[in-house]
Design a protein around this ligand. Structure first.
Ligand SMILES: Cc1cc2nc3c(=O)[nH]c(=O)nc-3n(C[C@H](O)[C@H](O)[C@H](O)COP(=O)(O)OP(=O)(O)OC[C@H]3O[C@@H](n4cnc5c(N)ncnc54)[C@H](O)[C@@H]3O)c2cc1C
Length: 599
């Protein structure tokens, strides 16, 4: 098994649980087949292992430095970025006519598993570029597409998303960066942005920032936000980088993790000479940016799970080889020590990690599949895929980033004192992963998005679809002993979640948003446990059916492992929804009513 992901699991999730190859029935993906998908995954594994894994630790120990006004970083980062772009991964999801591989989103996501697990920091540069290029492709005008897109897709230019400001992080309505219209149709941009990932470096010839700013006289709040393409260097007639566009690096942030990705404070228009090009219509910027953010939230959730996966595999290897202690029944002190994997408590920690990361992979691929269906299907199927995806997104981002981090915490615990040292990768995994509940909308904001908005959109159509899909999978467990046991528990959990949701809907009308949303985090956690259990039911059904066949011992072990992890999640994690439900049903006001002076 490699150190990055269990390839057998990847195959199981893509082809046995999801039947991803069915996507090739859509016109858009008709030139692909399972062989081309597998070839992409194999290339990803090779490049990730050779160019990304090799400097994950080194980049962590040697953060980018701000020297003579420039960012300097270890050379391996550029070698990796170049290998990634040369293999076509930046444009993997783009159409053939744009030079892309026209791959389903699910396969691009699966390929990224290797990169995220190997080295999340260096992977960031390619991801940000692909995401910002996709936004320009979707909402940019012809001139913008012609000027910026080709070079972003080949990785000659890179991209960023520049939203956050010193006084506006979660609350983007408060951004103050200004855009002043010019006679030639461009805008002068003026303002400060912070925490901008990939905001400056020497990896590419140009950096294309997608900047949120307000045009004077526009509506207040989020309705007054517009989106601009702001290159680091303006382009000449031939489309090559020319003069500097007054985007200045004010400084670098030094972080606990993700240390290989530059985290920048950028100053736009210090000399009143920063040109921005409006994307789409004035004041519609946040809507456009949400496309990138939604995509980014899926990548963030998946990235968190993959860092969790890396830690899980590292702690599994360690537990199989570390002799320590004896079983409780072995009283003879001279008997040989057992490897720690024999201790039930260590198995608990391994099983918890397995249930979090493999459950998370299932959820991310399920969501990726919805992205593909929403893009290629017709009519109701298309609409429903988009509705369900929209509902799931806060869960995908927040629950995966919580579970990924929990997994890394357990990995450290399994390694004991060694886990706390730089000698093993698990402490870095934890530090890297700690970012994921924070960026792309904190998990607190995701909870508000779920309970305050997503659940009620379109008369709760997304929520109804979720219930319908869970019920359909419950029906699939008929005749399967273990899966049916899980399905019964999940059926009851679904009923409870529905009851709580209805209660909160009524409360929203009678008690108002403040009181109802006060425990939004609890609601997100409850729904996350339901959704993860459902993902485990889907896996257990496939595993249990496979076990009825005449299969090799290693295959039997693989499927037994799936059933055991499903059982772990459903018996050990899911029951805590009852506590969540109690707090939510009583609109518990412990946190809301705590006064500042009482702390
Ligand atoms: C390493 C790193 C990389 C980043 N990369 C980028 C990037 O590339 N581009 C970019 O634009 N930004 C980026 N960010 C910024 C990131 O998106 C913000 O840090 C994040 O959105 C939170 O904003 P904040 O830091 O201002 O925290 P705040 O918004 O001040 O939040 C602080 C705490 O208060 C809570 N909170 C805030 N408002 C509410 C509310 N209404 N209700 C309940 N709780 C609330 C939050 O959940 C959080 O726990 C990055 C940040 C980091 C650390």
């Amino acid at each position: 098994m490699n150190q990055l992901i269990n390839n057998r699991d990847l195959e199981f999730q893509l082809y046995e649980v999801l039947a991803t190859e069915k996507l090739t029935q859509a016109e858009k993906f008709s030139e692909h087949n399972k062989e081309t998908f597998d070839a992409v995954l194999e290339t990803a594994e090779k490049i990730a292992t050779k160019y990304f894994l090799n400097h994950n630790h080194k980049a962590d120990q040697n953060e980018p430095q701000f020297i003579d006004g420039k960012v300097e970083m270890i050379p391996e980062v550029k070698e990796a970025f170049d290998a990634y772009r040369d293999a076509g991964f930046i444009a993997s999801g783009m159409d053939f006519d744009l030079g892309g591989m026209q791959l389903p989103f699910t396969i691009s996501l699966a390929a990224s598993a290797y990169f995220m697990s190997a080295n999340p920091s260096t992977t960031g540069y390619g991801f940000l570029t692909a995401g910002s290029a996709n936004l320009i492709r979707t909402f940019g005008n012809d001139e913008q597409k012609e000027k910026f897109l080709p070079k972003m897709l080949t990785g000659e230019f890179s991209g960023t998303m520049a939203l956050t400001e010193p006084s506006a992080g979660s609350s983007l309505s408060d951004i103050t960066t200004q855009a002043i219209p010019q006679d030639d149709g461009t805008y002068k941009i003026k303002g400060q942005k912070i925490f901008i990932s990939g905001g400056d470096h020497q990896l590419t010839d140009n950096i294309i920032h997608l900047v949120l700013a307000k045009i004077k006289g526009g509506p207040v709040g989020v309705k007054g936000i517009s989106l601009f393409v702001v290159p680091k260097f303006r382009l000449d007639e031939q489309g090559n980088p020319a003069d500097a566009n007054d985007v200045n690096l004010a400084g670098l942030f030094h972080k606990m993790g993700y240390r290989g990705t530059t985290s920048t404070a950028l100053s736009f228009g210090e000399n009143d000479d920063c040109t921005g090009y409006l994307i789409g219509q004035e004041h519609h910027g946040l809507k456009y940016m949400f496309q990138m953010m939604n995509e980014a939230r899926l990548w963030v959730g998946f990235g968190a799970i993959m860092i969790g996966y890396r830690g899980y595999l590292a702690s599994l290897d360690y537990a199989k080889e570390r002799p320590q202690g004896r079983n409780p029944t072995q009283k003879n002190p001279t008997s040989p020590q057992v490897n720690i994997i024999e201790h039930a408590d260590v198995r608990r920690m391994l099983l918890a990690q397995k249930s979090f990361v493999e459950g998370g992979v299932a959820l991310c691929f399920y969501s990726g599949n919805l992205v593909d269906i929403a893009e290629t299907a017709e009519g109701e199927v298309k609409i429903n895929a988009a509705l369900l995806l929209d509902l799931l997104m806060p869960i995908v981002k927040a629950c995966n980033s919580d579970y990924g981090l929990l997994a890394n915490d357990l990995a450290i615990q399994i390694l004991g004192g060694s886990g706390y040292t730089h000698e093993y990768p698990v402490e870095q995994c934890y530090r890297d992963n700690r970012l994921n509940p924070i960026h792309e909308g904190t998990n607190g904001i995701q909870a508000l998005d779920l309970l305050g908005r997503k659940v009620w959109l379109n008369n709760s159509a997304g929520l109804q679809l979720l219930a319908k899909n869970i019920v359909a999978d419950i029906a699939q467990s008929e005749g399967l002993k273990k899966s049916n046991e899980f399905a019964l528990t999940i059926g009851k959990a679904l009923e409870l979640c529905n009851k709580v949701t209805q209660h909160l809907g009524a409360s929203m009308a009678s008690n108002g948003a403040n009181k109802t949303l006060a425990n939004a985090g609890c609601y997100l956690s409850m729904m996350g446990k339901l959704v993860f259990s459902w993902m485990w039911l889907r896996q257990s059904i496939v595993a249990e059916k496979a076990l009825a066949n005449d299969i090799s011992t290693s295959e039997q072990s693989f499927y037994q492992g799936k059933l055991q992890a499903a059982q772990y999640f459903i018996r050990w994690e899911l029951p805590s929804i009852h506590q969540d439900a109690d707090l939510l049903m009583t609109l518990d006001d412990t946190c809301l009513n705590m006064q500042e002076d009482w702390f």
